[in-house]
Design a protein. Structure first.
Length: 293
């Protein structure tokens, strides 16, 4: 196969109604050295017909049984021929300068493992579009990159070195991947642009508290030594686990994480509000148990 510079991997599952938006934004690129690999993760709608209607040799279609977004992305990587891998979700879109800006950053830096950019968030929650850059992405555990699919290009050889996506994870898979990136000391370049547009969806993994709690707990345990060495990141993870633990009525686990968080920051006011909330939830649970006997 003839090599190319960028392999754009789009995993999709029953997104025939929005997939064309993502494809159209790629075909409008000002940079042309790329391939598009669409991995259909067991769709039951008319996704296949939507893709086959495109008569563009740069588009490759792979259909597999349903196994989740991580397995779909990994299959796309295995089938790719690009020097750099770029991931994009099937319901998002990019600017016409997306790949051009990645390429410019690579040329300017010379040797690059990862190229990072910012993103635009469009949602009914915001009256105006919200810009998110690596420097102000302070809500997550990774501050040097936004980590959403579509905001970064990674050299395939470096991605293979880190092990691609962990298929045990249902939520936060990009954050976990970037933890492994960091451990391998990547050479990083920045585009200083906002070429990726993210449209929050109601059925995304972040809406599923159980997936979020289980995956964050898995990441917390898998990368315990790294998280311990990064106190700010540890505090973020502990508080996420507390909040989701309360939501899922995993009160004992939530309390354990809360005590660890309180030990790190004794004067963090929100922790005491959560302690009160957990206390009353315990009482409520006990009273319900007695009443139903």
């Amino acid at each position: 196969m003839k090599p190319t510079l960028f392999s754009i991997i789009i995993p999709t599952f029953n997104r025939a109604n929005v997939l064309q938006k993502a494809i159209a934004s790629i075909l409008a690129q000002q940079f042309f050295d790329y391939e598009i690999i669409i991995v259909d993760d067991g769709s039951t709608d008319h996704t296949e017909q939507v893709i086959l209607d495109y008569k563009d040799s740069r588009i490759r279609y792979i259909k597999k049984s349903n196994g989740g977004v991580c397995s779909a992305r990994n299959l796309g990587v295995a089938q790719s021929k690009g020097e750099y891998i770029v991931f994009l979700d099937s319901d998002d879109a990019v600017s016409t300068e997306w790949l051009l800006n990645f390429n410019t950053a690579i040329i300017k830096k010379g040797t690059v493992d990862i190229v990072c950019g910012g993103m635009v968030v469009k949602s009914d929650e915001y009256p105006k579009s919200k810009l998110v850059s690596p420097s102000d992405n302070g809500k997550g555990a990774i501050r040097w990159a936004v980590v959403s699919a579509g905001t970064f290009a990674v050299k395939k050889s470096f991605l293979m070195l880190t092990g691609c996506y962990d298929e045990n994870i249902k939520y936060g898979e990009n954050m976990e991947l970037f933890i492994r990136f960091k451990i391998h000391n990547p050479i990083v370049a920045y585009t200083n642009s906002f070429d990726f547009t993210y449209y929050p969806s109601d059925d995304g993994g972040s809406k599923n508290a159980r997936n979020r709690f289980t995956s964050n707990l898995y990441i917390f345990q898998k990368h315990a030594s790294w998280i311990e060495s990064e106190p700010k990141n540890k505090f973020v993870y502990l508080n996420i686990l507390v909040v989701d633990g309360i939501m899922l009525k995993e009160y004992k686990k939530a309390l354990g994480f809360l005590f660890k968080s309180m030990k790190m920051k004794p004067f963090y006011v929100k922790n005491y509000a959560r302690l009160v909330q957990l206390f009353f939830n315990y009482i409520k649970t006990d009273l319900l148990a007695v009443a139903t006997k």
